[in-house]
Design a protein around this ligand. Structure first.
Ligand code: SAM
Length: 306
């Protein structure tokens, strides 16, 4: 399954996510002074897409902030398929008092591009307490950038045993990642994470509903390139995602993104973003948001919910 050619479009989704988030940031949906340091371009998106990005970024950040309130200096966040995410730099700036280690995992090529950007930008580099060697993993005290193919979960777990604290409170983030994998691979990954970290939460943001023609067209248009969503076939609904997480975690919570947006985001923030751009395609908005979900599974001492 290590077919480099076939993986190229999947790796390219890291740039797509970055460009779209950069555009939403420029319009004021999210505050992120670091994203423009990584982005090569912006891709203009319609209002409903920008609002959808806001919901995703805002809700992930709410969960991360809740996790950071855990009173344990060893706590750690592991972002799988992290792409060009900027969360580490944002958290270091916005929560200077918080103690945590941040670990990012992606394909080697994507990590190399990211570490090159970090190494050549004094602002990004100054927040990493370690020298950076081109084409090598970053192993700073509180920031790690590790190469791995997530479909080879056993290899990844061996790396994580070396570089993380197994018993510390741990938050695993998978944002728009698992749907690109065959279900057998994402199942093993979730199971192995659950077995390795007894005190942990796993937050998954994912695409669902592949059988609905509207959704299929919408998701295809959203992705600048054709990327096969192998995982959706086995996990097409919120219920199927919940069932899977219940196999590996003690407490599980999850909704489609329409529910998350309406009921589990900050009302004041929501009112603010709703004024940013005129949007009247409510039927499409509802359908779009029903094509994504967020699931959280928790075990041991870590207890997070929406
Ligand atoms: N999580 C980031 C975000 O939300 O901005 C990036 C999302 S991007 C849509 C998907 C990311 O998952 C890409 O960076 C891609 O390289 C990574 N990815 C997908 N499958 C992977 C695999 N088998 N091994 C490592 N990384 C993978």
């Amino acid at each position: 399954f290590l077919n480099m050619q076939e993986d190229q479009p999947i790796k390219a989704t890291a740039q797509d996510a970055l460009s779209s988030k950069n555009y939403a940031t420029q319009l004021g949906y999210v505050h992120d002074p670091f994203i423009s340091l990584f982005a090569r371009d912006t891709v203009k998106r319609p209002p409903l897409i920008n609002r959808g990005y806001w919901a995703r970024v805002h809700r992930v950040r709410m969960t991360v902030e809740e996790f950071l309130r855990i009173d344990d200096d060893n706590k750690q966040i592991i972002s799988i398929g992290a792409g060009f995410d900027t969360a580490y730099w944002l958290l270091r700036t916005e929560k200077p008092e918080a103690r945590f280690q941040y670990v990012e995992i992606d394909f080697e090529d994507v990590c190399n591009q990211k570490s090159q950007i970090i190494g050549s930008n004094p602002q990004l580099f100054s927040m990493i307490s370690s020298p950076i060697t081109p084409n090598q993993e970053i192993l700073a005290r509180d920031y790690k950038l590790l190469h791995a193919d997530l479909r080879n979960s056993r290899f990844l777990m061996e790396k994580l045993v070396l570089h993380t604290n197994i018993s510390a409170p741990t938050l695993i983030l998978a944002e728009c990642v698992l749907a690109y994998m065959e279900a057998q691979h994402s199942d093993s990954l979730i199971e192995d994470f659950s077995n390795l970290y007894p005190n942990s939460a796993f937050l998954n943001y994912d695409m669902i509903q592949p059988h609905d023609p509207f959704g299929r067209t919408m998701i295809q248009n959203l992705h600048a390139r054709h990327v096969e969503l192998k995982g959706i076939v086995s996990y097409p609904t919120v219920a199927s995602h919940l069932d899977r997480f219940r196999r590996f975690y003690e407490r599980v919570d999850g909704y489609n993104m329409l529910m998350i947006y309406n009921r589990h985001t900050d009302r004041h923030e929501r009112e603010r973003v709703e004024k940013l751009e005129w949007m009247d395609e409510f039927e499409e908005w509802n359908m779009l948001m029903e094509h994504y979900c967020m699931i959280i599974g928790c075990k041991g001492s870590v207890n997070l919910a929406f």
